[in-house]
Design a protein around this ligand. Structure first.
Ligand SMILES: *Cc1c(COP(=O)(O)O)cnc(C)c1O
Length: 247
């Protein structure tokens, strides 16, 4: 495939996704401008990130530190400055320093030790002038109801303590909540899970109005997420095409 063919393919996919977002917004009387589309570029090269930025994408998502770090480093200054990089994958505390250097947002914060590690990582990155603003984070919530449905995240019962810790972290900025829909649910079950996250988010915003991001919805369920109040969609396959291996 030539470079131009790939750009054309990404452009057509992006148009399709934007059409789905607009239709879903119309159906639930929402303004598409309230939504941020995060193109999840894991497994795809830096060249695709540059193509997407050329097509107007402002936010990309990555899920593996060892893949994301060199990929972000490969971006030209111009492309890097035009895009926010969201880290959306599981993160070990010993990788927190490195992620705090290249990510604008970490969406998958799910435990107290990771908050501590990212706060320290962001502090070091600020001191070293590798970043100039606090690190934006969202807390990932486990919406599973047992039976191994869960896709990672803090249990709702443990969320208030994590919110309090994250809100107090000096070098982090708590922006909201994130979740991946549990495995094996039909549309109704998925919608119920998204509504639960929305309720948790409303509660968090009571004390922390700045934590207004609600990151939910992927290629297969973005319409349901929009209906339940998502502000950030994380879309991989529907824009980039299928990945070489699942997840
Ligand atoms: C891969 C991934 C996505 C994108 O999933 P698609 O189904 O390809 O749209 C979204 N969120 C997270 C956390 C991911 O790991």
């Amino acid at each position: 495939m030539t470079q131009d063919e790939r750009t054309a393919e990404l452009s057509a996919n992006l148009e399709g996704v934007r059409g789905r977002i607009e239709a879903a917004c119309r159906a639930s009387d929402r303004d598409p401008d309230e939504l941020t589309l995060v193109a999840v570029t894991k497994f795809f090269p830096a060249a695709d990130v540059a193509r997407l930025v050329g097509l107007g994408v402002t936010d990309v998502g990555e899920s593996k530190e060892q893949e994301a770090l060199p990929k972000v480093a490969e971006l030209t200054t111009e492309v890097r400055q035009a895009v926010r990089v969201h880290f959306v994958g599981q993160l070990q505390t010993n990788k927190a320093n490195r992620v705090a250097r290249f990510a604008d947002v970490v969406q998958s914060v799910d435990r107290d030790r990771l908050v501590t590690a990212l706060d320290r990582g962001a502090e070091l990155a600020l001191e070293g002038e590798l970043r100039h603003t606090p690190l934006d984070i969202t807390l990932q919530v486990d919406l599973g109801e047992g039976e191994d449905q869960g896709r990672g995240g803090v249990l709702p019962a443990d969320l208030p303590a994590l919110v309090a810790q994250a809100a107090d972290a000096e070098h982090l900025r708590l922006r909201g909540l994130m979740a991946v829909a549990p495995y094996g649910l039909d549309d109704e079950g998925t919608a119920r899970a998204f509504d639960r996250l929305r309720e948790l988010s409303d509660r968090v915003q009571g004390d922390h109005p700045e934590a207004s991001w609600l990151s939910m919805g992927m290629s297969g369920d973005l319409e349901l997420a929009i209906r339940s109040g998502a502000t950030h969609l994380r879309v991989g396959t529907a824009i980039l095409g299928s990945r070489p291996s699942p997840r």
